[in-house]
Design a protein around this ligand. Structure first.
Ligand code: 8YV
Length: 319
């Protein structure tokens, strides 16, 4: 008999669902009307041995408690901040994620955001479309990237891929993270120092309670009126209210954001600003990355049910 799995969230490619259906008896929560979901979960709960979930949906303690036969949570994403490890670990429930296969594409988006902010591409697009060019509406020059400093908050796999790309644009790289492991670039002793030293602060660190609002009013202030904040990690890392205020007051130069504190809600104030570039959490949203992520998440489930080690387990509880 095929193992029963509960599928939460969305965002994977259709062929991933096909592959899931080939191997497992799948219960797709997103296909059940909202008001029927509690009853649906109660009905299937005793038989559910695995959860397949997105990085942003994860699994909370309340749902985990309702699944007595749960053995493994396979996250379709690298971030596991939405997984309640405290609820899973005591029950020996395994967790896997999908690192590496999305690194290049997420890093590409980070660079796209840096470039879009530096060259003000969305604003220039609007300028052309609304007749600004023909009407010769005044236009200030952009600022070059060459020679500017990119400060990377979190020089892990994705941070390093971002750094390598930005070096190619002639930028100088600095970084800050909690670990003091020797890495290829100069490390700023604190995030405040990094913000002070950087023209672009690129947030690549993991989300979760340990990193909530790391980028606060003081850090944003240190980045300054010529500085740009880029976030491709998690909205929770940035104090969004402080960010909006700094942009409104001109104490921060610009922002380019793929992630937000309360997705998919974006503060209307950000939408109104020309020096803000917005994207709907699409760092890994390429056909290639999303297919590979789905297949890797499934490979973890298959390994588990075959009694083999997981290809990409998440060890213990991340900080
Ligand atoms: C996706 C992500 O939003 O990998 C992550 O942590 O945030 C993204 O790739 C999501 O997990 C897709 O299901």
């Amino acid at each position: 008999m095929r193992p029963q799995i509960l599928v939460l969230g969305s965002g994977w490619m259709p062929q991933v669902s096909e592959e899931l259906d080939r191997h497992f008896a799948c219960h797709y929560l997103a296909r059940v009307p909202q008001e029927e979901r509690p009853g649906f979960i109660e009905h299937i709960a005793p038989a559910v041995r695995a959860v397949f979930t997105s990085g942003t949906v994860g699994i909370d303690a309340a749902l985990a408690a309702r699944l007595p036969a749960l053995e493994i949570v396979a996250v379709h994403g690298v971030g596991v901040d939405a997984v309640d490890f405290a609820a899973l670990a005591p029950r020996g429930i395994l967790v896997s994620n999908t690192p590496d296969v999305l690194t290049d594409d997420v890093a590409d988006l980070a660079v796209a955001l840096v470039l879009a902010a530096a060259r003000r591409l969305p604003m220039l697009d609007r300028y052309v479309r609304t007749g600004g060019w023909e009407a010769k509406r005044p236009l200030a020059p952009n600022r070059a990237l060459r020679g500017k400093v990119a400060g990377i908050l979190g020089l892990g796999r994705i941070g390093q891929a971002v750094a390598a790309r930005l070096e190619g644009f002639g930028m100088q790289i600095r970084y800050h993270q909690r670990s003091t492991a020797q890495l290829a670039y100069p490390r700023s002793a604190s995030l405040l120092d990094l913000a002070r030293d950087s023209d672009y602060l690129v947030v690549c660190a993991p989300g979760g309670p340990g990193t909530r609002h790391l980028v606060d009013a003081a850090v944003i202030d240190a980045l300054g009126p010529e500085g740009t904040l880029v976030n491709i990690a998690r909205g929770s890392l940035v104090d969004e209210a402080a960010l909006v205020e700094a942009l409104q007051q001109g104490s921060l130069g610009a922002a380019a954001l793929d992630v937000f504190e309360d997705e998919p809600r974006v503060p209307p104030a950000l939408m109104a600003m020309d020096n803000v570039v917005l994207a709907p959490h699409v760092g890994s949203f390429t056909l290639e990355a999303r297919t590979a992520m789905g297949m890797l998440a499934i490979a973890n489930l298959l390994a588990h049910f075959a009694g083999e080690p997981l290809p990409t387990p998440v060890p213990g509880k991340p900080a």
